[in-house]
Design a protein around this ligand. Structure first.
Ligand code: XMP
Length: 320
């Protein structure tokens, strides 16, 4: 049982000092590796790890082909400003090969997990000589996985999987007692910029969690374009998280007077404190209309845009 540290009871500086001591004790004079995705949790764990062991933490960005627009370069630039060098690893082929033909949500998550931890990371760890993977698992990831709601891609020991046996390295998870609001406070105390620690959450399986049906490079490109428009349109809402989802079913549309049997994109925007429960954000209708008009005019093949209005539960925030 993991003991939760609520955001209210968290003393960020004490927390940071304790985690740094533990990382140093565990890694000793060895080498650790971590994957930075640009999300809040991995950004905070990267900053914490570098505070603890400096350049003995090798940070990589796995370009899995499922990330948001220009994300690899953007993340590399942000961290270069705070003196952390990030190597971009092109693993697009591994992920798309593993995802080919899969439609079931949990199988999709499992394909991303296995490709990441076994194939791509396993190889990197062997090559780098690292014995430890530092990663930003948080308590909400563990809760939902253990409850059987969603297999969060970064949870192992709580499922009885020993990463050392399964993948050949140990996993260090300094943020595991926190929820998102606590992680943001730690990020702030570590001196990260607000645009990093206040960023909206982004899931480990990345845009694959936002595609109903098969994940192909073409379908990711559609959801990526729609995501960029949604993030730009809703950035001033103050919402916890917002996203575009690509549906599998096509619908009849009309374009230039002709029938266009096209794609549908669903927009979700959530108000939440810690992602355990969430409500749809009440967005002004003119903002929704402008966003829909931008999506249908700029994202090829899309003829329908809907806004999700149910709460979590019974919905979940991501669609997969
Ligand atoms: P759900 O969809 O379960 O999402 O209501 C709750 C929060 O968790 C994020 N999420 C994930 N984060 N790995 C992650 O690191 C995952 O596999 C994953 N799945 C969902 C989601 O974006 C939301 O903030």
């Amino acid at each position: 049982m993991i003991k939760e540290i609520s955001s209210q009871s968290l003393n960020p500086q004490e927390f940071i000092d304790k985690q740094i001591r533990e990382i140093c004790d565990t890694v000793g004079d060895g080498v650790a590796i971590n994957a930075l995705s640009g999300g809040v949790d991995s950004s905070v764990v990267t900053a914490l790890g570098h505070r603890a062991i400096g350049s003995r933490l090798k940070t990589v960005f796995i370009e899995n082909g499922l990330m948001r627009e220009n994300e690899p370069k953007k993340v590399q630039a942000i961290f270069s400003e705070i003196g952390v060098s990030v190597e971009i690893i092109d693993a697009r082929k591994d992920f798309f090969d593993a995802l080919r033909g899969i439609e079931d949500p949990e199988e999709k998550r499992e394909a991303v997990t296995q490709t990441f931890y076994k194939n791509v990371f396993g190889k990197l760890v062997r090559e780098s000589g690292a014995k430890y993977l530092l990663q930003g698992t948080i308590l909400t990831d563990v809760d939902e996985t253990v409850a059987g709601i969603k297999r969060q891609h970064n949870v192992f020991e709580q499922l009885g999987i020993n990463p050392e046996h399964a993948f050949g390295y140990r996993i260090i998870e300094p943020l595991i007692q926190l929820r998102k609001d606590g992680v943001r406070r730690v990020g702030e105390a570590l001196g990260l910029t607000a645009s990093v620690f206040n960023r909206i959450p982004f899931p480990g399986p990345a845009l694959a969690a936002r595609i109903i049906g098969e994940v192909t490079p073409q379908r990711v490109e559609i959801v990526r374009k729609a995501t960029a428009i949604v993030e730009e349109s809703l950035k001033n809402t103050g919402a916890f998280q917002y996203m575009a989802i690509l549906h599998k079913d096509k619908v009849t549309g009309i374009r230039n007077g002709n029938r266009d049997f096209g794609l549908q994109v669903e927009v979700r925007c959530w108000d939440s404190v810690d992602a355990r429960e969430a409500k749809p954000t009440q967005i002004a209708f003119d903002v929704l209309e402008k966003m829909a008009s931008d999506i249908v005019s700029q994202v090829p093949g899309v003829v329908s845009v809907t806004y999700h209005i149910a709460s979590k539960p019974p919905s979940t925030m991501e669609v997969v």
